[in-house]
Design a protein around this ligand. Structure first.
Ligand SMILES: [Fe+2]
Length: 396
């Protein structure tokens, strides 16, 4: 261990079965090479004190709502939550805020799987030749190559956009200008310029359709279950594949089965709760976005409380834990790659029927988690952290 580190490093010591790597890592590195690299990265990442800004490379950070790097794009404000550089070339993420009539014309990304979640207001959604009315809480999954677009139909609308790719944000940025605005300016112009659209196509992974917002019959989003394959789909608010574990209820909005293993999206909700045990992951990045209530988080040796609209990114290696800090807290998790999905099925019970967290906490199957630890990409270090803190307190 490098003795300039201010505190001990808990090294990655979990060896996952090769089949797990085969599923999630579509390149030629051997599991041994990956693991060796993982140890080095873990050592560095666990020293980082997260700050409220985009870091420019892969390390833990958080962002207060609507205060990140922003672009004014045809009457919307695009607030960047993650660039390719901040995620180690794994993903990009943004919120898009705007008023009635603003949006993004129909387009597709050749190499980027997109997920959309409507945080506020109402929108029309074009997806794969269909048109939907998207209400607050509705979700859409858009695999590579699928046509999609949206247009806001309420005066205050906000869309979460997740890009499992690294080239989409460059295209979106080329469509607009950097801005100091936090919401769309009162004189915002909702106009689409074909020249800029062509520039965006040259700048990144985007190709616009000939018709921007085709007239099609619009229908409500009512789908309640997830498809088993990587196909475009919509999902109605508060639906998905549901699990209950302890006081919390989890709904998968996208699963690794329908994202080609690239990521999954999970909405967690619960009452005020205890901090879960501190842990880290060797392989996957977890992104937390607070939707309702408040989420207390520990990231490495810092504490940060996320309010609605706030975001935290926790890459592989970073120590973390959370507790729900309000009687009704809800947060979205974007986890990539998707291998950690099995955790929810192992810790909780599947087939939960209700649409709200349970009145009485259900059982947490830590026994099952402990048995599956090696394949779950989970290193629990609560005990080691307590020992470390006790030793520090004694010295002080
Ligand atoms: Fe975690």
């Amino acid at each position: 261990m490098n003795d300039t580190y201010p505190w001990p490093v808990f090294e990655a010591d979990t060896v996952l079965p090769a089949s797990v790597y085969d599923r999630i890592v579509p390149h030629a590195e051997t599991p041994e090479a990956l693991l060796a690299k993982g140890r080095t990265i873990t050592a560095r990442i666990q020293q980082v004190t997260p700050e409220d800004r985009l870091p420019g490379h892969k390390q833990p950070y958080y962002l207060r709502a609507d205060r990140s790097e922003r672009y004014l794009v045809a009457g919307t404000v695009v607030n960047v939550l993650a660039r390719a550089a901040d995620s180690g070339d794994m993903f990009e993420m943004a919120t898009v805020t705007g008023g009635k009539g603003a949006g993004q014309p129909v387009h597709r990304h050749a190499q980027t799987h997109v997920a959309l979640y409507l945080l506020d207001g109402e929108a029309e959604l074009w997806l794969d030749g269909e048109r939907f009315v998207m209400k607050k809480g509705d979700f859409a999954s858009v695999p590579e190559g699928s046509e999609h677009g949206f247009r806001f139909c309420a005066h205050r609308t906000k869309m979460m956009v997740w890009y499992a790719g690294t080239e989409a944000l460059a295209a979106i940025r080329a469509l607009g200008e950097p801005t100091d605005c936090h919401v769309q300016p009162d004189d915002a112009e909702v106009a689409w310029d074909r020249e800029r659209m062509a520039a965006a196509e040259r700048a990144g992974d985007i190709a616009f359709a000939d018709e921007m917002f085709p007239e099609l019959p619009a229908r409500a989003i009512t789908r309640a279950t997830l498809p088993e394959d990587t196909v475009p789909y919509t999902l109605a608010a508060d639906e998905g594949r549901k699990f209950v574990g302890g006081p919390e209820y989890f709904a998968l909005l996208a699963s690794q089965e329908n994202t080609g293993g690239k990521f999954f999206v999970v909405m967690s909700q619960g009452p005020e709760s205890e901090m879960i045990p501190r842990h880290y992951h060797n392989l996957h990045t977890e992104n937390f976005f607070c939707v309702d209530g408040a989420l207390d988080m520990i990231v490495n040796r810092s504490r940060v409380t996320l309010s609605p609209g706030d975001f935290a990114s926790v890459p592989a290696g970073a120590i973390h834990a959370y507790r729900m800090a309000c009687p009704f807290t809800r947060f979205m998790g974007f986890l990539t790659p998707g291998l950690f999905q099995n955790f929810f099925e192992t810790l909780g019970e599947s087939g939960y029927e209700a649409n709200v967290y349970p009145r009485e906490p259900h059982q947490l199957r830590f026994d099952r988690v402990l048995k599956e630890l090696e394949s779950l990409d989970l290193v629990v270090i609560e005990e080691q952290m307590r020992e470390l803190e006790a030793a520090e307190a004694e010295r002080a």
